[in-house]
Design a protein around this ligand. Structure first.
Ligand SMILES: [Zn+2]
Length: 376
């Protein structure tokens, strides 16, 4: 067994985490992402990994790809590690939630989701390196928080060529690992009205904002356990003295099963009319736990038990790129990252005590699934 590193051994890991967190990478900021991906390339190269040149395919996907195969000595379908560098935090969030260590917690934007997971995986790979029986491939993307529109094709292609997929997204609150995820649907809502002078002729106009607001209340009101509808972005109107002609919103829907997914699609279709459209602009398929996922979990559970780390198999309502690979039927295990709290919030932090033990779980898992024939 590869033992858990002690706190002193984790100092270089925290240095790397500080570098990644200090380089802010919101999904919508292409300049910031380019800097982040360049830093990521340098970090991977510093670990002796073979970093793929940034060709047109990787550029289009906004991703970095690297490989560890002991100079070509390891062959066969690789273990694929999936990570994302983008965060939901705008540049400047560091002023609100600066990089710092307070007691047993490390703070910073994106530290848990999922820069902490990336550094955890790299440290696990470094420790597992000499014992690996299979190549390991790492794909780091930069659009996960907006539904992975650019990177989905690359992720699915690399997953189909892989033996299995490990995703170091944050652990569940109880330290659990993720063996399934709900389906996610992203809708663009658009309302159209009729302009008029808001002061002189309000009766002549039709307010797009009013139509959209009614739709939001109606749609969110149809949420039930296992099938939720939630608007997170809204905008509309240009002049306060005009009855607004246009308004738009973005809605995220989460379904625990196919029936819930169909139900949501029916609800959305029922709300649309000549003044309100709803376009499905992004989707994460339902990842239902398969036998391969379960076998990967069992392997992780075995090494975790030997290390004295408690894990459990969980199904998550939040999406990740594991949805794509799990839904494809490629054995996938997610939630392998560190524990912590405050995801997507101003106090996002990582529980430092979880870092070493979970590095060891992932390192031993990399060795173990390399020897067990998961998929050839
Ligand atoms: Zn994430």
């Amino acid at each position: 067994m590869i033992p858990a590193p002690d706190p002193a051994e984790l100092r270089p890991v925290l240095d790397r985490l500080r570098r990644l967190v200090s380089c802010e990478t919101p999904s919508y900021d292409s300049e910031a992402l380019a800097a982040g991906l360049a830093l990521m390339r340098a970090e991977l190269a510093a670990d002796g990994l073979a970093v793929a040149p940034a060709d047109s395919r990787l550029e289009a996907a906004g991703a970095v790809l690297a490989r560890s195969d002991r100079g070509g000595a390891l062959t066969g379908p690789p273990i694929l590690i999936l990570g994302h560098l983008d965060t939901v935090h705008p540049v400047g969030e560091l002023a609100t939630n600066p990089w710092r260590i307070e007691g047993n917690r490390a703070f910073g934007p994106g530290i848990l989701d999922m820069k902490g997971g990336i550094v955890l995986a790299l440290e696990a790979l470094r420790r597992a390196g000499p014992d690996l029986a299979r190549p390991v491939e790492i794909v780091i993307t930069s659009d996960e928080e907006i539904g992975s529109p650019r990177s989905r094709g690359l992720i699915e292609a690399r997953a189909k060529a892989a033996a299995c997929v490990l995703v170091p997204e944050p652990a569940r609150d109880n330290g659990g690992l993720v063996v399934g995820r709900h389906a996610i649907l992203r809708y663009a809502l658009s309302a159209t009205g009729r302009p008029a002078h808001a002061g002189r002729d309000p009766g002549r106009g039709v307010s797009a904002i009013h139509r959209l607001a009614r739709a939001i209340v109606a749609l969110e009101g149809r949420s039930v356990p296992g099938a939720s509808l939630s608007v997170g972005v809204i905008g509309g109107g240009r002049w306060v003295n005009c009855v607004p002609e246009r308004a738009a919103a973005e809605m995220l829907c989460v379904a625990a099963d196919e029936a819930g997914r169909a139900g949501i699609q029916g609800i959305v279709a029922g709300e649309t009319d000549g003044r309100l459209t709803a376009d499905l602009v992004g989707e994460r398929p339902l990842w239902r736990t398969g036998a391969g996922d379960r076998a990967l979990y069992d392997a992780a559970q075995t090494v975790a038990a030997a290390l004295g780390v408690t894990v459990s198999p969980e199904v998550s309502g939040g999406g990740s790129d594991g949805n794509f690979t799990g839904a494809l039927g490629v054995p996938t295990l997610d939630g392998l990252g560190p524990c912590g709290a405050g995801l997507h919030a101003h106090d996002e932090h990582l529980d430092l005590a979880s870092l070493g033990p979970r590095v060891a779980v992932m390192a031993n898992l990399l060795v173990r699934v390399g020897h067990a024939e998961t998929r050839d």
